[in-house]
Design a binder for this molecule. Structure first.
Ligand code: SAM
Length: 225
């Protein structure tokens, strides 16, 4: 089964982007130190945001954390929304967007074919793993894992909620139970270790309105074995 890229582009065109956050992601700030990135400004390190959308985390990581930031996103509208929302000048050459004043590059590409940049020191994965159709999860984990440097760290946030209660809209985000996630990673063709580093009750108004009785965010650290 192929990833349904047209559906995502349509969501951007229709403004159906309820996942977008105003500020820098709190989970990223809380667990940033686990990425073990250097504070040495002379040795710039590289972080990857798969399925980056228009998240302001791209700017935070480039500007405040002095990193080279690389995103992959299929919707050009999402990418231009990121630059415009943050009043950032950019250039576009082919399918590559570059920020003029900060070290941010975003590729317009299907994540599953992306190979242009590898050996990332870190990966920040929010609303990305959970955006992928559950059938494609093994491929997603293997593909993204392959882009991580041997001693790199992948910080990933996923969600668990009762799917049965969410009749009106089954996903994304696609929920996953902790034990199922651990099993999935353990079976991944890219050998990865996985550790839960924290969780958060995030049953806010938007989800309550959809009839959910619980919604938990789980934060994980993945590394090469
Ligand atoms: C739920 S959004 C999350 C965006 C971002 N991570 C955030 O936190 O705001 C998922 C994004 O992935 C993009 N996308 C979905 N499948 C993709 C794929 N296979 N390759 C590249 N981008 C994809 C969509 O256009 C959408 O912007």
């Amino acid at each position: 089964m192929a990833s349904d890229l047209g559906v995502w582009k349509d969501r951007w065109q229709d403004g159906n982007t309820g996942w977008r956050q105003q500020g820098v992601n709190e989970t990223l700030v809380k667990y940033y130190s686990l990425l073990k990135l250097s504070t040495d400004t002379a040795a710039k390190q590289k972080i990857f945001l798969p399925l980056c959308g228009s998240t302001v985390d791209l700017l935070y990581l480039a500007k405040e954390c002095n990193l080279t930031v690389v995103g992959v996103e299929i919707s050009e509208l999402a990418i231009e929304t990121f630059f415009n929302d943050n009043s950032l000048a950019f250039t576009k050459e082919g399918d590559v967007y570059k920020c003029t004043n900060h070290d941010i590059i975003i590729y317009v590409e299907d994540l599953f074919t992306f190979q242009t940049v590898k050996d990332f020191d870190a990966i920040w994965d929010y609303a990305s793993f959970v955006a992928i159709d559950p059938e494609l999860r093994p491929r997603y984990l293997a593909a993204v894992g392959n882009l991580l440097k041997k001693d790199g760290v992948w910080l990933l946030a996923n969600f668990d909620y009762s799917l049965e209660e969410k009749e009106s809209h089954r996903g994304p985000p696609w929920p996953i139970k902790q034990e199922d996630f651990v099993q999935l990673v353990n079976k991944c063709e890219t050998a990865l270790s996985v550790e839960e580093v924290g969780s958060l009750d995030c049953l806010t108004g938007r989800w309550k309105q959809q009839g959910l009785t619980y919604m938990d965010l789980h934060a994980w650290v993945l590394k090469h074995k």
